[in-house]
Design a protein around this ligand. Structure first.
Ligand SMILES: Cc1cc2nc3c(=O)[nH]c(=O)nc-3n(C[C@H](O)[C@H](O)[C@H](O)COP(=O)(O)O)c2cc1C
Length: 399
């Protein structure tokens, strides 16, 4: 009898991903930077937060639903955009379908392997993510394309600073995959027959191009070609962010906020929401875990815009903790990538079910009937847990 493809925790999905994926692909998903301190803190900080459960007075019915930037979501969890190729032949389309089946919003990276049209068809609640790369004309054209495909919001990710080195070594990722590179990669790939078989069955080899960055009448750049253009683009100013928001014209989220003053500037330029995020620990290492920075940012701007969080969410309990500390919803990255690697679309659904189940247990045990009732009183927050960046320290906020 074959192994049960269902897994009970995200940790188990990650174990299976490690087994099934070639080490280069697995390494690209683990990512992180330098010492990996932020990467570890993102998950470790959630473990430091304790619950304060109630013993009696639990509710039989519990509402886990919300809206994010005006779009309904069955649970306060959004698929975070990841520009990761080669995990699964159906890639972001499988993720979008899984999210749609679970009533969850799909965030699609502009560096993804599937075109926005296919992804938005698979999940009408798709948010499109862009970096600041290329000319304003090219960016306006990409926005127009995403809008025409039906994307319901734009996520601008602006925190990236091209930090690459890792103490544990970075995976070698080829520019494109052809026969020559297949032969070169063989020692890495052949011990992972399941991954190879999934691609073989689909009749495709991993395609390291970025279809969403294809100019009209041109060809899609390779992942590294696109990355090169991005590195050479002059970084945006706050005026550029304002331009981007106006050019998009609809709901707009700025992703990658760590500082209170940045959150306030984001409000000033008219964003609809922000995500408190350190790019999953892949950016400037030693940036504190996003959950540590969330309370001061939520306190400063939470009444004016929607404050989301991403980084380190692996359990439904983590979602509850983020909401208790002021997030409207969270975005997840690696959690669904492990699910996708472990079992394709069903694996992503499995991950969303795990998060839903864990969140529901937390809301039950904390004695609430809705996620909207979660507050810091539901948690035991250790002294010195929070951090504040970009604001004068007050007695309550010093970490
Ligand atoms: C492999 C990988 C690729 C990513 N690519 C993108 C991307 O293209 N665009 C983006 O906005 N964020 C990207 N991110 C960051 C995620 O959207 C998200 O911020 C992060 O994964 C959250 O942390 P978590 O993985 O601990 O959930 C990427 C993250 C990973 C791990």
């Amino acid at each position: 009898m074959g192994r049960n493809p269902w897994f009970e925790t995200v940790a188990e999905a990650q174990r299976r991903a490690k087994k099934y994926l070639p080490s280069t692909v697995y390494g690209a998903l683990v990512a992180g930077s330098e010492r990996g301190r932020t990467l570890d803190d993102n998950t470790g900080a959630f473990a430091e937060l304790g619950f304060a459960p109630r013993v009696v007075g639990h509710h039989a019915q519990r509402d886990l639903s919300t809206t994010v930037l005006g779009v309904e979501s069955a649970i306060p969890v959004v698929i975070s955009p990841t520009g990761v190729q080669a995990v699964h032949p159906d890639g972001e389309v499988a993720v979008a379908r899984a999210a749609a089946n679970r009533g969850v919003i799909m965030g699609l990276s502009s560096f993804a392997s599937k075109p926005v049209e296919e992804v938005a068809e698979a999940n009408p609640n798709t948010f499109y993510q862009m970096y600041w790369t290329g000319t304003r004309d090219a960016m306006a054209q990409r926005m127009e394309r995403a809008r025409a495909a039906g994307a319901k919001a734009l996520i601008a990710t602006l925190d990236w600073s091209f930090s690459h080195g890792r103490d544990w070594g970075s995976p070698a990722i080829p520019e494109k995959i052809d026969l020559k590179t297949m032969v070169k990669l063989a020692p890495n790939v052949l011990p992972h027959p399941r991954w190879l078989w999934t691609f073989a069955k689909s009749g495709r080899i991993p395609d390291l191009t970025t279809p969403n960055l294809q100019p009209p009448g041109g060809t899609a750049p390779t992942f590294f070609g696109a990355y090169g253009e991005w590195m050479q683009t002059t970084p945006p100013t706050w005026d550029d962010v304002k331009w981007m928001r106006e050019e998009w014209g609809g709901p707009f989220m700025l992703k990658g906020v760590s500082r209170v003053d940045d959150a306030k500037r984001a409000v000033d330029v008219g964003v609809s929401g922000i995500s408190v995020s350190n790019h999953g620990g892949n950016n400037l290492d030693t940036t504190p875990a996003s959950i540590r920075l969330l309370p001061s940012i939520a306190e400063a701007v939470g009444d004016e815009i929607e404050v989301l969080l991403d980084g380190g969410v692996r359990r439904g309990g983590d979602v509850a903790k983020a909401l208790a500390l002021g997030a409207r919803a969270v975005l997840i990255g690696r959690a669904y990538l492990w699910g996708l690697a472990a079992n394709g679309q069903a694996g992503v659904e499995n991950v969303l079910d795990i998060l839903r189940g864990g969140l529901d247990s937390a809301v039950l045990g904390l004695g609430h009937s809705s996620i909207h009732e979660l507050t810091p009183d539901d948690l035991v927050v250790p002294d010195g847990f929070t951090r504040t960046a970009g604001a004068p320290r007050t007695a309550g906020s010093a970490g």
